[in-house]
Write a protein that binds this ligand. Structure first.
Ligand SMILES: [Zn+2]
Ligand SMILES: [Zn+2]
Length: 281
């Protein structure tokens, strides 16, 4: 592995995202054009969960901050979730390079993006300190991967984050007690039950009476971070914020309509989708 990465440094290859030959020697095998294309989410989003809103829908009859249909119906366990970019094309591939390709230098770039997502929450942070809690991996998956991408990204974000001095990394606070990535064949109810109890608070003194910030690489349905927020609050956290590098976004107004499908989607494990996509290419 060391020899392999040394080889990559000495002999730059092609951009792992677009395939263009790299002109600069870099620890990260991604070209500048691809990095520049990873833009922050633009346009209106739900003030609570960060879901994309469409003008005809977002402000209809809702006083105060615009909320998506889901957040109007159900108050999430977290106070607010922000994300840097849309979970698609280049950004998705960059996250996959880290998670499935083991390209650890990608964590530095993703950390800078996470820092921007955190900065959006900063005005509402308390004056003292916020417990920074990366979503944990189950120990089996941790052993397979060799690292927890959420923690690597969180550490990188702390180096550049403006509110970084108020953040206290509490990587051991949450533990994943069950590997929930195998949820196929389960009904919606069984999936929810499967995720319930998947996380435990190992060090409740670190969050008791404090606010916490849960960070992860991707927010897909929000099921995982919601469950993390729920157990943190049960352990005494006064408020839980969420920041992720990327978020899946509704692509058109017609998909924003509330239907039975939204509920089903909300119950699936957030980690299932990227894994399935990675396997399928
Ligand atoms: Zn490229
Ligand atoms: Zn929402």
């Amino acid at each position: 592995m060391i020899a392999e990465s040394l080889f990559a440094v000495l002999f730059p290859s092609d951009c792992r995202i677009c395939g263009t030959p790299l002109v600069r020697i870099s620890r990260l095998p991604v070209c500048q054009e691809c990095l520049d294309a990873m833009r922050p989410i633009a346009g209106g989003v739900c003030a609570i969960c960060g879901e994309r809103l469409f003008s005809s829908y977002a402000f209809a009859g809702a006083p105060g901050e615009p909320r998506c249909g889901l957040c109007r119906r159900i108050e999430p366990a977290f106070a607010r979730a922000t994300a840097y970019g849309s979970y698609e094309s280049g950004l998705r591939e960059l996250i996959h390079l880290l998670k499935y390709g083991g390209v650890r230098p990608a964590a530095d770039v993703l950390g800078r993006m996470l820092a921007e997502a955190i900065a959006a929450l900063e005005p509402d942070f308390p004056a003292d300190s916020v417990a920074l809690v990366p979503v944990p991996l189950h120990r089996t998956k941790f052993r397979q991967r060799g690292f927890n991408q959420a923690e690597l990204i969180a550490r990188a974000a702390m180096k550049v984050s403006r509110p970084g001095d108020r953040l206290r990394l509490c990587a051991g606070v949450l533990e994943r007690k069950r590997d929930t990535t195998s949820q196929t064949g389960l009904t919606s109810h069984q999936r929810r039950e499967n995720l319930r109890g998947a996380f435990g608070v190992a060090q409740s003194e670190a969050v008791k009476g404090r606010e916490a910030l849960v960070v992860d690489d991707v927010y897909t349905t929000g099921a995982t971070v919601s469950e993390c927020a729920r157990v943190l609050r049960r352990a005494g956290a006064t408020k839980v914020w969420v920041a992720t590098v990327a978020r899946t976004l509704k692509i058109s107004a017609q998909h924003v309509e509330i239907g039975p499908g939204d509920e089903v989607e909300e119950l699936s494990d957030a980690h299932e989708v990227p894994l399935a996509r990675a396997v399928g290419g």
